[in-house]
Design a protein around this ligand. Sequence first.
Ligand SMILES: [Zn+2]
Length: 295
Amino acid sequence: MIGVDFGGTGIKAGIVEGGRVLRSFDEPTPTTGRAEDVLDAIARAVLALTPKPESVGIAIPGEVDSEGRCWGLPNVPGFRGVNLGVRLSEKLGCPVAVENDATTAALGEYLCGHGTRFPSFLMVTLGTGVGGGLVLGGQLYPGANGFAGEIGHINVDRSEGAPPCGCGRRGCLETYTGTAALKRMFKTFGGYDVAGIKEIADNARAGGRAGLDTFQAMGEWLGRGLSAIQNTLDLNALIFTGGISNAFDLIEPSLRTALRENCVAEPLAEVPLVVSELGAQAGVIGAAHLPQLGA
Ligand SMILES: [Zn+2]
């Protein structure tokens, strides 16, 4: 089985067996602004693994409609209205299934990770963007238009000074829980400019006030957003993935407190909170299983 995780900066193709990536091939995502160049790079990555693929599944950094057309990719220009499945199927000579990356990671986790214990869960992606994929009653649920589980743009702050979001609105959950938000909050709390989240986590683990305050604030905002999800869906678990989830132990206490404050009933607030078992591999593993779903 072949899965491809196509992101804003890189394309990772892998041969998957069960829950493991046996062999993989990486290519940088072309930055020419032409979809054709990106599709060629994806095809090259797949063909580098096997000259005659039987079927391929692809995770993409955006949403797909029920016809397989892409609504447009926020970080890769040129894809509005492109049907990646049809175009790649022509290039590769085999069926190609396409799905949103967060939804695909949720599928990987459902089949091969923590999801095997939880029939209904939201897989929360914490990184540059904040998103999610939903499994309900043992079924992947992409939604009527492919947008299910995309929690990053839930409004959590209606105040006038709410931070602007990449989507053009203000006060979205992502503006308090994404990578840029953590860097901004770390400085506000008396920290300094950092290149990545690891520096903030190191500061917090060494007892630094700015680092500790940053993760505490992030956990509170995340808890407010996720309590709305819990009050609506009553899930068996919330599973976390993405770069920031490496610091999940620092976020969890205030996240749990916010869930207790905002969920309407105790069992909703005490939902298991776990970090993905598959980590960065969830996308490729989930993608490899997409063709079986007929996605
Ligand atoms: Zn937004």
